[in-house]
Design a protein around this ligand. Structure first.
Ligand code: NAP
Length: 489
């Protein structure tokens, strides 16, 4: 069953940082795929803007190559590519100067199309761009801006950034992107939770033993060493991606599936999060791969900082102090250079109150697994009788709830989070974007944890390349009689 594609209204999208890595890898190939799918209207325009001295033709050539490299399976035929490239323009613009802005103004003003401005540049330039959009008359009520992470590095800087953007734009014009929220399965999680009678009555501390969220990467810091060493896993992953997943899994049912109704409930979760005690956090730093230290150096070598105390791994336990979740632990874990690339949320239900089969407690538990990458899907582990003769022996089997076969996977599996979110910007739907107060609340929870490490001069524990992190992370669960899900592809 092919999914329905509803074209969006005509739009002009300006990508500041249109020559950068994110634009080439995600934004432009994503737009191309939406063009091929018939969702991007034929008259929509995409305007790349950056300092590099290109003209529109050489920009189109750059984008052609980027789509060739990162276009993905849906990249369609050459005629479509030519038609898409014909919708592209390029302007040389310095976010901190005056060159190029008048040309942009000429292109943007006097149309009645949707105007979107994607700030795919370093956050230090957000204020400069916002200020110039206003100066040149483009920050009108039709304008929408998309801002990338990192949104601040602590509560103070996030507040300052929110304040700067609020000088020029209303909150309903600001789209703070977290691409995890654009994943098909994340939305499916909400459908499964709030569209079925089955789960919601069990979705609380009475029936759920604990919840785990893991985002494991096999890559190291790569070329982002300088940025990463100032951020670490807590700022780079936990404060945004893991926190957003935690919110969706733990929030109360919103009254409507509408932007502020959903975001109000997410905010309540963040505000109800308990502070994390030092013995409930494990930080780690990856070691070199002994088989190839040159290509896969240890963390400190990779960031060129032999005394670095920044974590490339974190595991922590927290609780949510509200009626639904009091007493249910939430375990979060993320790290680089781990055994496999895998993102998964796991809801582990409690034992049945009485086991009539005489099996050991904890042996068979329902486990709901929400897989986000590398493959997306939802499975529910249920206990059944092992088929065949030989008495009543129990086994656990997964029920696949992603229904790829039933629905067909034509579009479902291949719509990248970025392309979905960009189309939401054009549609004016903020449900899957973070609101300013959510981001600030997340920092308000994160800041004391980071300040605690700094005050204690905490040194991350080393862990082996290709492992599951420091052994202390395993102990974090084991001492409470629990264990992490395996990190597998
Ligand atoms: P990047 O590869 O370094 O690209 C930066 C872009 O900004 C380039 O197009 C650059 O072009 C332009 N630029 C720099 N200074 C400028 C100025 N003064 N005026 C106008 N344009 C300027 O960075 P990126 O990886 O694409 O990341 C962009 C943003 O997305 C960052 O905020 C990053 O944190 C965020 N992000 C990136 C990724 C990713 O996968 N790459 C993932 C999540 C978030 P010129 O040098 O030609 O001006």
């Amino acid at each position: 069953m092919a999914s329905r594609v509803i074209p969006v209204d005509d739009f002009d999208l300006v990508i500041f940082g249109g020559t950068g890595d994110l634009a080439r890898r995600k934004i432009l190939p994503g737009l191309f795929r939406r063009f091929c799918a018939g969702q991007m209207p034929p008259n929509a325009r995409v305007i790349g803007a950056a300092r590099s001295n290109l003209d529109s033709d050489s920009y189109r050539q750059m984008v052609r190559e980027a789509i060739g490299e990162f276009g993905g399976e849906q990249a369609c035929d050459d005629a479509h590519l030519d038609a898409f490239l014909a919708r592209l323009e390029y302007l040389v613009i310095d976010a901190r100067g005056d060159d190029g802005w008048e040309e942009l103004q000429t292109m943007m003003l006097g149309t009645d199309r949707i105007e979107a401005y994607y700030f795919s540049v370093s956050p230090v330039l957000f204020g400069d761009i916002a200020e110039r959009l206003q100066k040149w008359g483009m920050a009108d009520s039709r304008a929408r801006i998309v801002v990338e992470k990192p949104f601040g590095r602590d509560l103070q800087t996030a507040r300052a950034l929110n304040k700067t953007l609020a000088t020029y734009f209303n909150e309903d014009q600001i789209y703070r992107i977290d691409h995890y929220l654009g994943k098909e399965t994340v939305q499916n999680l909400m459908a499964v939770r709030f569209g079925n009678m089955l789960f919601e009555p069990l979705w609380n501390s009475q029936y759920v033993d604990h919840i785990q969220i893991t985002v494991a990467e096999t890559v190291g810091v790569g070329g982002r060493g300088e940025y990463y060493d100032k951020a670490g896993a807590m700022r780079d992953m936990v404060q945004n991606h893991l926190m957003q997943l935690l919110c969706l899994i733990a929030m109360e049912p919103p009254a409507r599936f509408a932007p502020d109704a959903v975001r109000d409930e997410k905010l309540k979760v963040i505000r109800a999060l308990d502070p994390v005690a030092p013995y409930h956090i494990v930080r780690g730093q990856y070691q070199a791969d002994p088989e190839n230290e040159v290509e896969r150096p240890g963390y400190r070598t990779a960031v060129d900082n032999p005394k670095s105390r920044t974590e490339s791994f974190i595991a922590l336990r927290t609780e949510i102090s509200n009626w639904r979740w009091a007493g249910t632990p939430f375990y979060l874990r993320t790290g680089k250079r781990l055994a496999a690339r895998s993102s998964e949320i796991t809801v582990v239900f409690k034992d049945t109150p009485h086991n009539i089969f005489g099996e050991d407690a904890g042996r068979h538990r329902n486990v709901l697994s929400i897989l986000l990458q590398p493959n997306e899907g939802i499975t529910l582990g249920v206990t059944i009788k092992e088929p065949g003769p030989g008495g009543m022996r129990l086994i656990d089997v997964p029920l696949d709830m992603s229904f790829a076969e039933t629905l067909g996977d034509d579009d479902v599996d291949h719509v990248d989070a970025y392309e979905r979110l960009i189309m939401d910007v054009i549609r004016g739907n903020q449900t899957l974007f973070m609101r300013g107060d959510e981001v600030e609340a997340a920092w308000a929870w994160t800041d004391p944890i980071i300040e605690g490490w700094e005050a204690r001069n905490d040194v991350p524990k080393p862990y082996d390349h290709g492992s599951t992190g420091p052994t202390d992370a395993t102990d974090l669960m084991r001492r409470e009689g629990r264990k992490w899900q395996k990190i597998t592809q």
